[in-house]
Ligand binder design. Structure first.
Ligand SMILES: *Cc1c(COP(=O)(O)O)cnc(C)c1O
Length: 418
């Protein structure tokens, strides 16, 4: 017999509607028209024309950068960015130990070494850790704006300048996020973004590189956009023009239907983010002071993209209730889209970062980080509980119900540990 109101123990759940409660991107008639219109006009675009040119121009002006090159995925964008930044065999690139693996994995395909640096308790790059990992081979450092919360760009740009490192960005969680009013993705020498399904700006599948540097732009084209596009854009008298037909040999172009979707979404991005900011503020307010839950406090001069609302779970405030059991109880309340980060984790835990040699022959002698390194990255990952952030007023009841489910479970945690 139980008298607990917790749904996991037989009580009534907070949410009856089985969901899904959150889907992305929001598809409207104009998206359908844009994609079907593209279907009828061109399904292959070998140069910088049509919807590809339109999207790249719009992204460049949105971000305030000179060049944008679209790609088939964010992983491809990162690969092209590193290749174009002239990162090659033996070069070391400092990457936060807590991110999605594709921030770093393309480096393995250039013969380079991802050098992981631990994060701080907010999940942001720890610059003391980063400075300890600098060697004469260190060429670049990567800022990742995790969950859409901008990295501390004053400190990072200063750090990169002080150590003479190239600053690069992975903005895949953070389209439209700002630091002191400046768009993330416009701070470094170049930035790569994903436009995969759930990302703030979605093409379904897609990505892009942004840069002010015209030489780097040409190299991005040569990496993954060979033939027509390179022939038309790289000046005939440029030293690399003779490579235009083959480029570096990879073909990583975006699909025009994906470009059409992203192009239709982009004019609405600022509205999405304004809506998310209001909903995130409301959820943070509701959860402030709830035992066991720390809410993020991005500095007032930042404009996060709120790819998710990352909460820090504090079991020591809830009689040691394991996060898995907490989550089980939250799910039983019907808040089914609260989750623990799956693929965004401590990179040192992936087999590829430990012993890449079994898959990548060039890395036979490579030994990755020890099993007990990156304690903060692992701790932050293991205590992150993330919630979707809605953007429309008609979804406020969901945002309220999700925070109510968390408050309810935290309030009754004793019934789950006894
Ligand atoms: C999604 C993502 C990528 C990879 O992008 P794809 O489009 O899935 O290839 C890289 N880095 C981060 C931080 C991401 O979230």
């Amino acid at each position: 017999m139980t008298t607990s109101p917790l749904a996991l123990l037989g009580g009534p759940p907070v949410i009856d509607d089985p969901g899904p409660h959150f889907s992305w991107p929001p598809i409207e008639d104009r998206d359908v028209e844009a994609v079907t219109g593209q279907l009828m006009s061109a399904v292959s675009i070998p140069d910088r024309s049509g919807v590809v040119a339109e999207l790249e121009d719009s992204l460049a002006s949105f971000l305030g950068v000179r060049h944008v090159i679209t790609t088939c995925t964010g992983t491809a964008a990162l690969h092209s960015m590193y290749a174009a930044a002239d990162i090659g065999p033996g070069d070391e690139v400092i990457v936060p130990a807590l991110t999605f693996h594709a921030t770093a994995t393309p480096l393995f395909h250039l013969g380079a070494r991802p050098v992981l640096a631990d994060v701080d308790t907010r999940g942001q790059l720890d610059l003391d850790e980063a400075s300890r990992r600098i060697t004469p081979r260190t060429k670049a450092i990567v800022a990742v704006h995790l969950w859409g919360l901008p990295e501390s760009m004053d400190a990072l740009t200063d750090f990169a300048a002080r150590h003479d490192l190239m600053l690069l960005e992975d903005g895949s969680h953070a389209h439209g996020a700002t630091w002191r009013g400046q768009q993330v993705g416009s701070f470094g020498r170049a930035a790569a973004f994903s436009m995969n399904g759930p990302k703030p700006l979605s093409a379904g599948e897609g990505g892009f590189v942004a840069t002010d540097d015209t030489e780097l732009y040409y190299r991005v084209l040569l990496h993954g956009q060979y033939n027509k596009r390179c022939r038309r854009e790289i000046p005939a008298d440029h030293a690399l023009a003779p490579y235009a037909v083959t480029g570096m040999g990879l073909k990583l172009r975006i699909h025009p239907l994906a470009a059409a979707l992203a192009n239709a979404q982009l004019p609405r991005l600022k509205g999405y983010l304004a809506g998310r900011e209001a909903v995130a503020a409301r959820m943070r307010r509701a959860l402030r002071g709830v035992p066991g839950i720390d809410v993020p406090h991005p500095p007032a001069h930042t404009g996060p993209a709120w790819y998710a609302l990352p909460l820090r779970y504090r079991p020591e405030q809830l009689a040691g209730l394991p996060v898995e059991r907490f989550l089980e109880a939250v799910h039983a309340e019907g808040a089914s889209e609260v989750d623990l980060p799956g693929s965004t984790r401590a990179l040192g835990d992936h087999q590829l970062f430990r012993t890449p040699g079994a898959l990548l022959p060039g890395y036979a002698d490579y030994r990755g980080p020890a099993a007990d390194s990156f304690t903060t990255a692992r701790r932050v990952h293991g205590s992150t509980v993330k919630l979707p952030v809605w953007h429309r007023d008609q979804d406020l009841h969901l945002a309220d119900a999700y925070t109510a489910a968390i408050i309810k479970v935290a309030g009754h945690h004793k019934e789950l540990v006894k």
